[in-house]
Design a protein around this ligand. Structure first.
Ligand SMILES: NC(=O)c1ccc[n+]([C@@H]2O[C@H](COP(=O)([O-])OP(=O)(O)OC[C@H]3O[C@@H](n4cnc5c(N)ncnc54)[C@H](O)[C@@H]3O)[C@@H](O)[C@H]2O)c1
Length: 331
């Protein structure tokens, strides 16, 4: 039976996508491949992990033998989410290129082999990032905005977008990409994304924890909620491939959210929770990275394809409370 593979399947979006795929299709044959184990409490909270057709594989997506192990001939769809994220790729140049670029090429090459063996090009879904734009991208960014990344992570994402187009053009894969704004609110522990504080300034105060914001209160970031991203992944694979045209990656809409708006919305939606505080402690390195990203994204192509963003910052905070904290006004 045909399989679906999620690389980075134990990460934030990988787990959410896996939950959604199993909920939509209980008979799905699903493989989660990641170098990290799932968080210890995940299984306890999610019965679906006992799903009969679920495999967890542990390894490095930059290792060709692991690629062969996870990308077997019966995988029809792969969501390639494993990545060294923004600040991680900035801190460790070699690791960023090894995983984000060479690992992606290794996976694309393996998909090409699978296509040759089976006569069916696998569908490859790739999440790019707003880091693929640069500081001169303008405000708002629109579908036609050129990619001029100014970080290693951004260069790796932009390059992967081009590779997706070319492998698709040659018929080696059915390539489909989304260019994601910053996804908030990320639950649990932060990863090495430079944008982690944008979730932290909502998530930590709601749990009564004090936190810091390394950028100014007026800094504006383009954001989207986890629900809208997972909806977009699911919709993207349902689309007729021809609808995407030659440029296979669709920019998703990014709601402009200032840090002060996020803090205000958290206060307004917190109900009777005792909120932790947010202290502004400037970090010029983080501010520089965030300033190189566009503060809002207008995405007409996504809208035409039925890929939608969020209406308000308050709605994003409410969603986090509902999905991660057991609903409104509980403490
Ligand atoms: N969350 C966001 O705001 C955002 C925005 C734009 C793009 N993206 C992209 O979406 C994807 C998922 O992001 P996320 O927020 O879930 O990140 P995450 O850090 O929560 O998950 C990434 C997963 O990849 C795994 N991984 C990293 N290197 C690996 C390797 N060499 N081999 C195997 N597994 C490896 C990690 O262990 C982690 O579980 C990434 O490609 C990221 O670049 C995310």
């Amino acid at each position: 039976m045909a399989k679906t593979l999620i690389t980075g399947g134990c990460g934030f979006l990988g787990r959410k996508l896996a939950e959604r795929l199993v909920a939509d299709r209980p008979d799905i044959d699903l493989v989660l491949a990641d170098q990290a184990a799932p968080p210890a409490d995940w299984k306890l909270n999610h019965d679906w992990l006992d799903h009969a057709r679920l495999d967890l594989l542990s390894g490095d997506v930059a290792d060709r033998s692991f690629i062969d192990e996870m990308m077997t001939d019966d995988v029809e769809t792969v969501f390639h989410l494993a990545s060294v994220v923004s600040a991680g790729a900035e801190q460790d140049f070699d690791l960023g290129y090894a995983v984000n670029l060479l690992g992606t090429i290794g996976l694309l090459e393996r998909c090409r082999e699978v296509g040759t063996t089976t006569g069916r090009a696998p569908t490859v879904v790739f999440p790019s990032s707003l880091a693929a734009y640069g500081s001169g991208a303008g405000n708002p960014v629109v579908d036609a905005t050129a990619l001029r990344p100014e970080t290693s992570y951004g260069v790796q994402k932009a390059t992967a977008e081009l590779l997706l187009n070319d492998y698709h053009r040659k018929g080696f894969i059915d390539g489909r990409g989304l260019r994601l704004p910053t996804v908030v609110v990320r639950p649990g522990k932060p990863n090495l994304a430079a944008s982690g504080f944008a979730s932290g300034i909502v998530r930590e105060p709601l749990q009564g924890i004090d936190t810091v914001c390394p950028v100014s209160a007026g800094t504006v970031m383009a954001v989207i909620s986890p629900r809208r991203v997972i909806d977009a992944f699911v919709r993207l694979v349902e689309l007729d491939s021809a609808e995407l045209g030659a440029d296979r990656t669709v920019p998703l809409p990014g709601l402009a959210m200032s840090m002060s708006q996020a803090i205000e919305a958290t206060r307004a939606e917190a109900g009777d929770r005792r909120l932790g505080t947010v202290a502004f402690v400037p970090d010029p390195d983080v501010q520089r990275i965030i300033d190189s990203w566009p503060p809002s994204i207008v995405a007409e192509r996504a809208e035409v394809l039925g890929l939608v963003g969020d209406r308000s910052v308050a709605a994003i905070v409410r969603q986090h409370i509902e999905d991660e904290l057991g609903g409104l006004n509980s403490t």
